[in-house]
Structures are given as structure tokens and as C-alpha cells.
Design a protein around this ligand. Sequence first.
Ligand SMILES: [Zn+2]
Length: 238
Amino acid sequence: MMPLDVCAPYPCEYKEAKTSVIRTTDWARRSREFFISQGNPKKQLQFGIIQGATFEDLRRQSTEEILSVGFDGYAVGGVSVGEPVEEMFKTLDWVMPHLPDDKPRYFMGIGLPDQIVKAVGEGIDMFDTCIPTRFGRHGAAFTSKGKVVVRNGEFSKDMLPLDESCGCIVCKRYTRSYIRHLISSGELSGLRLVSYHNVYFYLSLMRKIRAAIKENRYDSFQKEFLAAYGSELEPSRV
Ligand SMILES: [Zn+2]
């Protein structure tokens, strides 16, 4: 369960970002007090949200304030609002060292597969994103070798599946050229097949991430994934 927060836009003036931190902390306090006063009959977890836009001192202030309220988990919010990806990861540099290891940490609204892999390396546990289906609706598939925009003409005779290393039903049954044909003929089933594959890709990526952490080999998993994916992101030091 998340309290209401104020997500400042990008770019935004310092004053606006500061106001968003003040209001977010105020709402966090009131919401935590109410949550506790109700006795939590449904055994839910309530998370605090850290704001502060792209300003280091505001991110630190927000982190301190939200930690002082005390929540069951902590979320880094106000990211993925149009800022460059380096700015997004700078936020983690400022915030993550201060969050407790024994509470789940959630990066709100992230993200692309390589961003998820890097953020986990920085200590993030949870994500939410519309990307798998949004990209699917635009005919773009995620694969272990990066993004494949299957609606493009170059795939009109491509007899490979969306991702050769994927075990989903779409990759077992359909070729890129057939899916492209469906999309270019205006058949919605084409976009549906790509979305299905993308959701499957994300779920299996998260499974691989959990296995790599459990087996204490996240560092090498991250490097291999980012290299194969063709990511421009630097692997984080785990
Ligand atoms: Zn697939």
C-alpha cells in the first residue's frame, strides 16, 4: 500500500521540487498514523515514498524524513518522468546507501530490462512498469539480445521467433515475419502476441534475477545480461 505523494515533473525548478518533498512527507506522516491507528486488520505492508526530483540535497532530506516516519518498505519515486537515464541512476546513488537492508526497496515506474538488471545490482527489490504491454502494442519485442521492432519492414521475411532463447508459446509457434504480417494488416492479434511474449520475457527475467541472487552470482549475471542485451548502461558494482 502506497500513501499519496507528489511526483515533481522533469525538468522542474528547485522550489517546486522542495514543495513536493514537504507535501509528500506530510502525507506520509498522516497516512502512516492512520494506517497504524486502524490496527492493520488485512496484514498489508505500507511503503514510504522518497521524492526530491534531481536535487541531491532534497533526495537526502526526503530519505531522512520518510525513514523517520518508519514504513514496512521504501520506494524511490519521481523517477522515469522523462529525465536522462544517468539522472535516474544518480538518484539511487544518493538514496540507496541510507535505506535499511531488511526492508523491501521499490523503484517506482521502472523500467526497461537493462534498467531493471542494473537497479537490482544497486539493491532494488521491486518494480512496476507498463513497458511490456505498451511496447507490445507498438510492435516492439524484448529479447535477450535487445529490442526487436518486429513491425519494421526488415522482418518481413524473418523466419526466426521473436527471441530464439525464449520458451513462450508465441516464440514456439510464430515467426517474426508472420507477426509482422499480422501487425501490418491491422490484425490486433499481432500486437497481442508481442505483448504476451514481452510479459513472459519480464517474468522470466525476474526469475533469472532471483536465481542469480540466491546462487550468489549476480555480478556475473548482470555483466553477461547487459553485454548480450547491447545495453549502454554500466553494470553496477554488486
Ligand atoms: Zn517469447
